[in-house]
Design a binder for this molecule. Structure first.
Ligand SMILES: NC(=O)c1ccc[n+]([C@@H]2O[C@H](COP(=O)([O-])OP(=O)(O)OC[C@H]3O[C@@H](n4cnc5c(N)ncnc54)[C@H](OP(=O)(O)O)[C@@H]3O)[C@@H](O)[C@H]2O)c1
Length: 249
């Protein structure tokens, strides 16, 4: 998949080259993983159209996502996203699992699912995948039934989990140094509110959705303090922009 790099150093680049060797874990603070978000929005700011991202995502956007999954120890997803999109094995392509191995990572990332109420779809393909390692952060004392994946739990006290504590446990107990959060908007809102986001990979889809339905990439109340972002790169394919930002401390 070819993209045009606009900034820095204009050039034609391949997704697999540009999203490789990022060594995100090296930048991790001692108490938690380095956290990067990957999100998509239309030019009018909609992060979901008719309940999902299928209509706004392109092959290049999906390539970006699958390659970002080769760069991290763990992938975090909120329950609302899991209820909206059918998540299966996170790295399906054996060549991409090999890419992970070459970069010193486990062949499958740890999937960290966040659901205060433990309301996950019973038929979630990820839970039926025998190769997947899944950690569920929840306040519920329950367990998921009929899972073929290897499933562990990280139990919190309140339905609104302390994500700083969740990330701390991922680092201390599971050795997670780099984490990709794929949303959704309520989970990203909690991460931003707690100052737990280090980078944002944002696809700006060259499309207008209109209307007042559908969240932005960060939901809930406005943040108490604006989060300033530093632009790292701008890529383009078929009019869609791929923006990489670093959160300024
Ligand atoms: N544009 C994009 O890049 C993008 C990315 C992802 C999703 N989406 C879209 O966003 C929509 C879903 O939005 P959403 O905001 O509902 O997604 P979400 O953030 O994935 O899910 C919210 C749910 O996650 C759990 N959760 C999040 N933060 C928590 C915390 N601190 N403690 C405990 N539980 C927590 C809760 O689950 P329980 O209710 O189970 O307790 C909460 O109801 C879908 O339409 C999806 O397609 C868009």
């Amino acid at each position: 998949m070819r993209l045009r790099r606009i900034h820095p150093d204009p050039a034609e680049v391949a997704v697999e080259e540009v999203v490789a060797g990022l060594e995100l874990g090296r930048a991790a603070p001692p108490e938690r993983p380095y956290v990067v978000l990957n999100m998509i929005a239309t030019v009018d700011g909609r992060a979901a159209v008719r309940g999902g991202t299928r209509e706004i995502s392109s092959p290049a956007d999906r390539a970006m996502l699958v390659h970002l999954r080769t760069q991290v120890d763990a992938v975090m997803v909120g329950a609302g996203t899991l209820r909206a999109e059918p998540y299966g094995r996170l790295v399906r392509d054996p060549a991409l699992r090999e890419k992970r191995r070459r970069e010193g990572l486990e062949q499958d990332p740890l999937a960290c699912l966040v659901s205060g109420r433990l309301e996950l779809p019973a038929d979630l393909p990820l839970l039926a995948d025998p190769h997947s390692r899944v950690l569920i952060a929840t306040a519920s004392k329950g367990t998921v039934e009929r899972a073929t994946a290897s499933v562990e739990y990280l139990r919190g006290d309140a339905e609104q989990l302390d994500l700083g504590g969740v990330l701390g446990a991922l680092r201390a107990e599971h050795g997670v140094r780099s984490l990709l959060c794929e949303g959704g908007p309520r989970l990203t809102a909690d991460l931003f509110a707690r100052g737990l986001v280090d980078e944002l990979f944002l696809t700006l889809a060259a499309t207008v959705a209109g209307g007042e339905e559908g969240p932005a990439i960060v939901a809930r109340a406005p943040l108490e303090e604006l989060v300033a972002l530093e632009l790292v790169w701008v890529l383009e394919a078929e009019g869609d922009l791929y923006l990489r930002y670093r959160a300024q401390p």
